[in-house]
Structure formats: structure tokens, C-alpha cells
Ligand binder design. Structure first.
Ligand code: F6R
Length: 305
């Protein structure tokens, strides 16, 4: 599938029906996944807090994980070695195990799994991989998914804001620094990783209020400050955050580029921002003459390891 079609596919992905069929009680959740799969767990952990959720993007399972733990392994390919290592450890510890994958070793492991469609980039399958979590834990009604899908369709139709932002970054050869806030901290990180993987540029993320306790200093005094473009999500829904943004901009003399947020509820807003960032990174890749689909270096690293 062409990369642009993988992006447009997000509006279909949110209609994807999948459930993890969790049948027994658990006290805590460990979600394990790397890169474009791992971020799914991170985004989920920011909007679900009824039970403790720990996301692992590494080889190591936390010490507390035991038979009262629901272990959810997410790997689009099903072959990522770090995720497999944590799955093997979760088996030893007697965790309840559920997986989200399109195939590979995870699908062949004999555990219950939500099967997501194959043949797109893992990072483009974010909707497919999020849906089993949203359906299993947040009882998402069909109308809510239709609402998200419609909103995304509008972005697909008219991409001007996204193109303009990509043009600004391209024109100034800027390094994007995306400053999020709860519940969009991991969306800021998703933007960073999409700039990395799609546009092949360095990008960084942080979030309010934490950055007011460290990154506020270099916001005023860092060298090469005009190399960076600071992006913030419109904070007007949260008066303390929006005050922090205004005061930070004022005392550090920084201009923030504000990304408007659309959506009638949190999930619409989350997907809106995910899709917005996907398109900005895609357009930037085009402007740089770079293939947004290509992650050959990541693939050859996996083979050499
Ligand atoms: C590639 C991508 C990567 C992968 C990561 C883990 O599109 O986004 O970040 O997601 O290398 O691989 P999977 O997702 O197959 O476990």
C-alpha cells in the first residue's frame, strides 16, 4: 500500500473490531512493545488509569509482574526480539497473556491474540493496534468510532494546515520540539517519532508542566535557538497549562507554533492530533525528496543484532 494510503487508512482502522477477550481478574497491566507498536501502549496508559499500567519498551519485565498481571504484548510484525523476551518472561511468571500482532512468532505462540491486518508499516497501524485496547477496556460504542472516522476523513480531504507547517519546517530546516501536556504527552512523542521515521529528521518532545522545571532554562539561553521550532498543542482547554504556556513564552522570549485541536471528546482529539502529525511528517518527507515508508536502516539493524 502506498504510504499516503496507509495514512488515509486510519479512518478505516478506527472502525476495526477487535477485542482481547479478557476472561479472568487481574490486578495490574504490563504492556510490552517497541517503536510504532510500543507507542500504542503508551497512549493507552495515558487515558486509562483504573488499574496500574506499566509500559515496557525493553527486554526486562518489571519485578512485580506475576499471576495477577495481565501482560499485553504488542508487536505488529510479531517478531521483535525485545517484546518476545518479555513474553517469554511473562510465561515463566504465570501472567495472563494477550497479544496484538499481525503474525510472526507472537501469532504462533499459542496465546490469545487480536489479529491486525498485514502489509502496512507498524507505525501506520496505530489505529488497528489501539482498537483492541480501547474496545476491551473503555467500552467504546460504534457511534464514537464513526465520529472519529468522520473527523479523520476531513483531514484526509484538506491538508492545508499540515502542508503549511511542513513547509515552515522545511524552509528553515528546523528541528521540531513538540511540547505536549496530559493527556497528549505521548501524542507529542508520537509526533517526534513520526518526524524521525517518516521525514528522517531529528525531533524532540517534552511536556508541560514538567518542562517548566528544566527545559525552561535553555528555552531562553540555548545556543542555535533559531534552529528549533517549538510546537505546542492548543492548551486552552486547561487553564493552568495555557497559563504556563503563555508565561513560558513570555519569560523565555520564545514563539510557540500552536497546533489547534479538533474533536468533540478526548478520543476524537487524540486521533485528530495523531493524524495531523502523521501528515506533517509525510509532507515534510516529500519536500525533502525522501521516501516516508523507508525504514531500511532499522530493518538492517534488526538483522545484524
Ligand atoms: C516501523 C516502526 C518501528 C517498529 C519497531 C517494532 O514502521 O514503526 O518503530 O514498530 O521496530 O517492530 P514491531 O512493531 O513489528 O514490533
Amino acid at each position: 500500500m502506498e504510504f499516503i494510503d496507509q495514512l488515509r487508512n486510519l479512518r478505516e482502522q478506527v472502525l476495526f473490531k477487535a477485542d482481547l477477550n479478557i476472561d479472568s481478574a487481574f490486578k495490574n497491566i504490563v504492556i510490552s512493545g517497541m517503536g510504532g507498536s510500543g507507542i500504542v501502549g503508551n497512549i493507552f496508559s495515558e487515558i486509562y488509569s483504573r488499574k496500574p499500567v506499566q509500559v515496557v519498551s525493553d527486554y526486562v519485565l518489571p519485578e512485580f509482574a506475576d499471576k495477577d498481571t495481565l501482560f499485553i504484548g504488542i508487536s505488529y510484525s510479531g517478531n521483535t526480539e525485545e517484546t518476545i523476551a518479555t513474553l517469554e518472561e511473562a510465561e515463566k511468571r504465570g501472567c495472563q497473556i494477550r497479544l496484538i500482532t499481525s503474525g510472526g512468532k507472537l501469532a504462533a505462540s499459542g496465546h490469545t491474540f487480536a489479529k491486525v491486518p498485514q502489509n502496512i508499516q507498524p507505525r501506520s497501524a496505530i489505529g488497528y493496534m489501539l482498537k483492541p485496547l480501547l474496545s476491551s477496556f473503555l467500552n467504546l460504542p460504534d457511534e464514537a468510532c464513526l465520529g472519529i472516522s468522520k473527523l479523520l476523513e476531513n483531514i484526509d480531504r484538506d491538508n492545508n494546515e499540515e502542508k503549511n507547517l511542513a513547509t515552515e519546517i522545511f524552509k528553515h530546516r528546523s528541528i521540531p520540539v513538540i511540547l505536549g501536556y496530559h493527556p497528549f504527552r505521548w501524542i507529542a512523542y508520537r509526533w517526534k517519532t513520526q518526524f524521525n521515521e517518516n521525514s528522517k529528521i531529528m525531533a524532540f518532545s517534552n511536556y508541560f508542566p514538567e518542562l517548566n522545571h528544566n527545559e525552561t532554562m535553555p528555552l531562553k539561553d540555548t545556543y542555535e535557538k533559531d534552529k528549533f521550532m517549538f510546537l505546542v498543542f492548543d492548551g486552552s482547554q486547561n487553564s493552568r497549562i495555557s497559563k504556563r504556556m503563555n508565561v513560558t513564552a513570555e519569560i523565555t522570549g520564545t514563539k510557540f507554533h500552536v497546533i489547534s485541536i479538533k474533536g468533540r471528546n478526548l478520543l476524537e482529539q487524540l486521533f485528530y492530533l495523531i493524524h495531523y502529525g502523521d501528515y506533517v511528517s509525510y509532507h515534510l518527507a516529500g519536500m525533502r525528496g525522501i521516501d516516508p515508508n523507508d525504514v531500511s536502516l532499522i530493518e538492517s539493524l534488526k538483522k545484524k543484532i
